[in-house]
Design a protein around this ligand. Structure first.
Ligand SMILES: Nc1ncnc2c1ncn2[C@@H]1O[C@H](COP(=O)(O)OP(=O)(O)OP(=O)(O)O)[C@@H](O)[C@H]1O
Length: 577
């Protein structure tokens, strides 16, 4: 436990922790010595030797002063160490989260992550002072007492030593049971937190679904599960602590019975017996107290295990020396990929020419968005190669890919901040005027005009004050600001009002200039103006590819798809179409 805490501590936190532990050990030994000194004091007292009592009391006073000093110092250092440890835990967690592959976040981790970052980290950082200190005292003080006891009466000391393995066995059993139940409890808490967060987030949808919706049931089930797990933890903990307390009392009973037997037999004088019995009580007291701390150790261990698991997640392989791409043409060469299940894309080969706009169309679920995720290296394909500028994406390195690619996804997330700050994060080095200029090119100025507060109007949590189309315009403005040579745009599938429709069209025109643009296209305007169209077949491959005119002339699947879409949209076909 201590080794693991030190492993997660920054160098300064580690120094503080080690100093704290040294002082804790010193206080525990001093406490043991003070208990041992009670024996000669009591013996001299009962013999009526007040001069010896006085001498021992002075020695006891010196030990007490040293103890108080060491205790005070350990407490002071302990507070600082806990703060520094919390800092290092959160920093380690943050650093780790930014280097984890995006695929790791595909499963909803919000519940367990928020638990580690809040309760878990707080609990672990307070462990050295609140638990480790008492545990060390609970073991070192009795050990000191036991060693000293041999000097007074080896027979009683030996009897007490014999009970130690029993106590140790029961203590381990208590810890193992609590660890097992705590893992189940933490998992249930993580799941319940995620469900409650989800419940809050989807309230608008739930209001229309009415009572008894799936979300209600899921939240209810997860809370019941958490309740059951907590009850299990309490039952195991209660039973374990009671058993441990019983075993500790048994050890004291052994000493009392043996002491009485020896005293009756005349081989132990009554004064020493009374003094040793007092020592026996002092021996068992810290051990009994530490039994109830086993649960705390188990809880801290669960959080440390979660952090270990996070540390063990593999990063995507990075090149020793990142290669430099030659241009920004994107190539899929025999790519197969399937989120760990059946392939979504199978032996897919195509090229999205550099500086041109490629539109990807196809049935729902055919893998259009997946293509953009492979380009952005959220995942590596299971077979084949995705290349940018002739270099396989893994050889470019994640940093190079992140700076070369600006993604504009459907589920645009905006921070609960001003609209301008949400765009500014695309390139924090630019001035406010430059940000406004880029945002105006993406037609965000029109949105801003109607917002009270203008550019500084807050967009609400996740951008809830804006419509889907408006959020996407803000995201396009971010991409313009980032000025990356490749833009991946996943057009909103939801029907847009005419204002947003035209504005997004204009924004795309701005993005197109000199950039490689790969669009998961739903708008007819986007599809027909693309330089190159790839139509997926819904079975992992490509049905047809070419320009809009070529594909219409071919009069195949694309031409049929186009005619259906045009009819549905009520468009008039003209000669240019
Ligand atoms: N994170 C994921 N884990 C597992 N399967 C996924 C994941 N994301 C997508 N899929 C599955 O991969 C398939 C392709 O999804 P993708 O989003 O690429 O399709 P799409 O063509 O963009 O669909 P749409 O037009 O409906 O947005 C779908 O069957 C989808 O369920």
């Amino acid at each position: 436990m201590i080794r693991r805490l030190l492993q997660y501590a920054s160098p300064s936190a580690r120094r503080l922790l080690v100093t704290e532990l040294v002082f804790i050990v010193a206080t525990a030994i001093l406490q043991g010595i003070a208990f041992l000194m009670l024996v000669p004091v009591l013996r001299a007292f009962m013999a009526g030797d007040l001069a010896t009592v006085g001498t021992w009391l002075i020695a006891l006073g010196v030990v007490a002063v040293l103890y108080v000093g060491a205790f005070w110092f350990a407490s002071q250092i302990g507070m600082k160490a806990s703060t520094e440890l919390l800092d290092s835990l959160l920093t380690r967690l943050g650093d780790r989260l930014v280097e984890l592959p995006i695929a790791w976040f595909a499963t909803d981790r919000s519940g367990s992550m928020s638990h580690i970052a809040t309760q878990g980290a707080m609990f672990v950082s307070s462990t050295p002072y609140s638990i480790v200190r008492l545990m060390l005292t609970g073991f070192i003080t009795p050990a000191t007492v036991l060693v000293g006891m041999y000097a007074f009466d080896w027979r009683l000391a030996l009897a007490m030593t014999a009970t130690v393995p029993v106590m140790w066995f029961v203590y381990r059993w208590l810890r193992t049971g609590m660890e097992r139940d705590d893992i189940a409890h933490q998992e249930a808490v993580g799941e319940a937190s995620a469900r409650v967060i989800e419940f809050a987030r989807v309230q608008p949808a739930l209001r229309t679904a009415g009572e008894g919706s799936v979300a209600d049931r899921l939240v209810e089930e997860s809370l019941q599960h958490q309740h059951r797990a907590y009850r299990g933890l309490l039952i195991t903990g209660g039973a374990g602590i009671a058993t441990f307390g019983g075993v500790v009392q048994l050890s004291l009973t052994v000493v009392i019975v043996l002491g009485a037997y020896l005293a009756i037999g005349g081989s132990l004088d009554p004064a020493t017996l009374i003094a040793l019995l007092v020592l026996g009580v002092r021996f068992t007291e810290p051990i009994a107290n530490s039994g109830s701390l086993g649960g705390g150790v188990a809880v801290a261990k669960t959080t440390l295990d979660q952090l270990d698991r996070l540390a063990a997640v593999d990063r995507l392989p990075e090149p020793a020396t990142p290669a430099t791409p030659d241009g920004h043409t994107i190539t899929f060469d025999d790519v197969t990929f399937g989120y760990g299940g059946p392939p979504v894309l199978e032996h897919l080969t195509f090229t999205a020419p550099g500086g041109r706009m490629t539109a990807i169309v196809g049935p729902s679920g055919s893998g259009k968005t997946t293509i953009t995720k492979l380009i952005a290296r959220f995942y590596d394909p299971e077979g084949g190669t995705v290349s940018i500028g002739g270099i396989p994406v893994p050889e470019l390195g994640t940093d190079a890919v992140e700076s070369a690619v600006a993604p504009v996804f459907q589920d645009v997330y905006l921070f609960d901040d001003s609209i301008i700050n949400n765009i500014w994060i695309g390139n924090p080095d630019l001035s406010r005027d430059e940000v406004v200029a880029a945002a105006t090119r993406a037609r965000v100025d029109e949105i801003v005009e109607r917002l009270p507060g203008g550019w500084d109007a807050r967009v609400g949590e996740g951008g809830s004050n804006l419509s889907g189309g408006e959020r996407q315009r803000v995201s396009i403005a971010r991409a313009l600001l980032k000025d990356a040579p490749i833009v991946l745009l996943d057009e909103a599938t939801a029907a847009l009002d005419i204002g947003n429709e035209i504005a997004i069209g204009d924004a795309i025109d701005q993005v197109r200039a000199d950039r490689t643009l790969v669009v998961v296209a739903h708008r007819l305007q986007t599809i027909m103006t693309a330089d190159h169209i790839i139509m997926l077949d819904g079975e992992g491959g490509i049905r047809e590819a070419g320009t809009h005119a070529e594909l219409l002339a071919h009069d195949g699947a694309y031409a049929r798809y186009w005619r259906e879409r045009v009819d549905a949209a009520g468009w008039q076909l003209t000669a240019e179409n």
